[in-house]
Design a protein around this ligand. Structure first.
Ligand SMILES: *Cc1c(COP(=O)(O)O)cnc(C)c1O
Length: 383
């Protein structure tokens, strides 16, 4: 037990700049999607440094849904999803009446294992959804090779991966159909709730923009007359309500400007942990290869044989340290287990590693003293 205040697992890094930007947006009178959202989209595409179209949405889940919808995925189709992810990645496949096919993961990175994935490809498989766990990217080359060999589209779940780079390639700028980012409160940049989908496919971008807002198309009128009254529009599909509000986008623009500095702060925390835990017998997270960039969204340790994960979590909590587990693999959740008829042993790597994994606090707003406190607590509990 401890007298120190409880240190939560995650805390957003919000400064006066974000508060003022949100206040300005509210005062401007644009409470829904407007000029801030548009500017945020442009700045986001520029941040990735490529000729991308960025589409702001109110969650990454919405973006993943739009990306698959723009591929025309539907009933009878199968989509490969790593079992090591948040339920969003798979649930959007079900929204469209298609079936997610779960795949085991690499024991080091916990990212999708393309060898296991290859064994699950069928004539119905349409797409694969690599997830960049913790912000350490799946090799873009491996993804491209796998997708080309099996004729699949790629939708990347980059909810953890801003900013990140692998094989000299910035996340989101590769050959994938679309890449989706999350601005949920605990993610690497936040708008409270929000997200961004990026693509280089103009037809997909048009479709996602239309479906983002009720399936409403205004373009058809703009094309013929600039004097069309503002109330004119056409519904061309039963779309969704996935747009990002301007106050949220205003927060996002400030956060985007701080994304690299916040990533560097997390990387420094990760460096200190890795140095301090070297002699403990824990499995520590891999860094990105030389020249690549890890976003360090999460710092995930794995407890050694002989230590019980749940016991470690409890003892850290007794010392006032909040932790989390990313993730409970999908095949261990009742819905996904029943849907696929899965047994834990069908995914040996994910099932084994799930029993060992803990995410430590590693948010950019953490103080030096807080980092030291966590190091000390982990050294006591995992000695
Ligand atoms: C957070 C998360 C999501 C969902 O993001 P939202 O913006 O909350 O919809 C999807 N996939 C992964 C891997 C996540 O961690």
């Amino acid at each position: 037990m401890t007298d120190l205040p409880f240190l939560p697992f995650a805390k957003p890094d919000i400064t006066d700049a974000e508060v003022n930007a949100a206040a300005d947006a509210i005062r401007s009178g644009w409470l829904t999607t407007g000029p801030s959202a548009k500017a945020f989209e442009q700045e986001f595409a520029e941040f990735l440094g490529s000729d991308l179209t960025a589409i702001a949405i109110n969650s990454a889940t919405a973006g993943l849904h739009l990306a698959l919808e723009s591929l025309g995925i539907g009933p009878g189709d199968e989509v490969l999803v790593p079992t090591w992810t948040f339920t969003s990645t798979a649930e959007v496949v079900r929204y469209l009446g298609a079936t997610p096919i779960l795949v085991d993961v690499d024991p080091v990175t916990l990212n999708i294992d393309y060898e296991s994935a290859a064994a699950k490809v069928s004539s119905r498989t349409r797409a694969v959804m690599p997830v960049h766990i913790a912000g350490l990217m799946v090799s873009p080359e491996a993804t491209r090779e796998f997708a080309a060999r099996h004729g699949l589209a790629v939708v990347e779940d980059a909810a953890h991966a801003l900013p990140a780079r692998a094989g000299g390639e910035v996340v989101g700028t590769g050959a994938s159909h679309a890449t989706v980012f999350s601005f949920y409160a605990t993610k690497t940049i936040t708008t409270g709730e929000g997200g961004m989908v990026v693509t280089r496919d103009q037809a997909a971008a048009d479709r996602m923009r239309t479906m983002r807002l009720h399936g409403i198309s205004r373009d058809v009128f703009n094309r013929y007359s600039s004097r069309t009254p503002a109330w004119q529009y056409e519904v061309v599909a039963p779309g969704f309500k996935y747009n990002l509000s301007d106050p949220a986008a205003a927060i996002g623009r400030v956060q985007l400007g701080r994304a690299v500095a916040m990533r560097d702060a997390r990387a420094e925390i990760a460096r200190r942990y890795t140095e301090a835990f070297a002699d403990l017998g824990l499995t520590l997270p891999a860094d990105a290869a030389e020249g690549d960039l890890h976003s360090w969204h999460l710092y995930m340790i794995r407890v050694p044989d002989g230590l019980d994960r749940d016991d470690v979590v409890q003892r850290l909590a007794d010392l006032g340290i909040g932790t989390s587990v990313h993730f409970i693999p999908l095949h261990l959740h009742p819905y996904w287990q029943d849907l696929g008829g899965h047994r834990p042993e069908d995914f040996p790597v994910a099932t084994r590693e799930f029993g060992r994994v803990i995410s430590l606090p590693a948010f950019s707003a953490m103080t030096d003293a807080e980092v030291e406190r966590i190091i000390e607590a982990v050294r006591i509990v995992c000695r």
